[in-house]
Design a protein around this ligand. Sequence first.
Ligand code: ADP
Ligand code: MG
Length: 256
Amino acid sequence: MKIRIRGLEFRYNSIPALKNVTLDIHESEIVAIVGPNGSGKSTLIKCMDRILKPQKGVILIDGRNIEDFSQIEIARTIGYVPQSIRQFFPATVFEVVLLGRRPYIGWRCSSRDVEKVFKVLKMLKIEHIAMRDFSELSGGQQQKVLIARALAQEPEILLLDEPTANLDIKHQLEVMEIVRTIVKRRGMIAIVAIHDLNLASRYADRIVMMKDGKIFAVGKPDEVLTLSNIEKIYSIKVKIVKLDGTVHIMPLTPLN
Ligand code: ADP
Ligand code: MG
């Protein structure tokens, strides 16, 4: 499995959001997309799930243009967890996660589908809330449920838009550990838009740093998360320390 993105351009009406984005992503890779608000992270992820259609450029999965995939092929290949949680119709956690099985379900869901749903609920440690109403959960719990739904889909590619934004520190680590475990075990690809540079540094194989709709830097965490890159991208002063081979960033002061 390999993703190739070539010369991607996306505009919302006249507002350019992606400018000539070119990127290759390989099997078993976790790629973090970082960059300030409005730099194009969500737009890139939405183009990859074919929610948005780029005006220029192509996205190829194993050499095939995603425009040529059927809707069901997209659903079986790509699991997407949106940044903002839309209003859901009344449904239990179990039902929301079962929706992830839709690309596989014919007229009825089988006991196998139900088993898969419980397996992911367990993996994310939310089986105890299976029968709760989704809309009554905390933001963090809802986020975990949506991740569970994407995993129940058994996709080869996971697109996660700020999956840890509503989670406390422990749940942030839990979610990233789960992503890493399944990506490595199943040879999947995960593309994760994330604000937390330290989580990106720790869990991503590569980091894509975006600014104004363009890829500003791409490479291994310690190649991308440099003083000068972070200063240029975020206009802040930071201190960088390396602990056990992992780069850690401490924000100090904003620059003008
Ligand atoms: P990020 O996820 O990095 O914060 P986005 O991809 O959401 O960035 O946004 C990139 C740019 O596109 C921003 O300038 C944003 O204002 C604009 N944009 C995003 N969504 C829309 C929309 N639905 N309509 C118009 N402009 C949008
Ligand atoms: Mg976003």
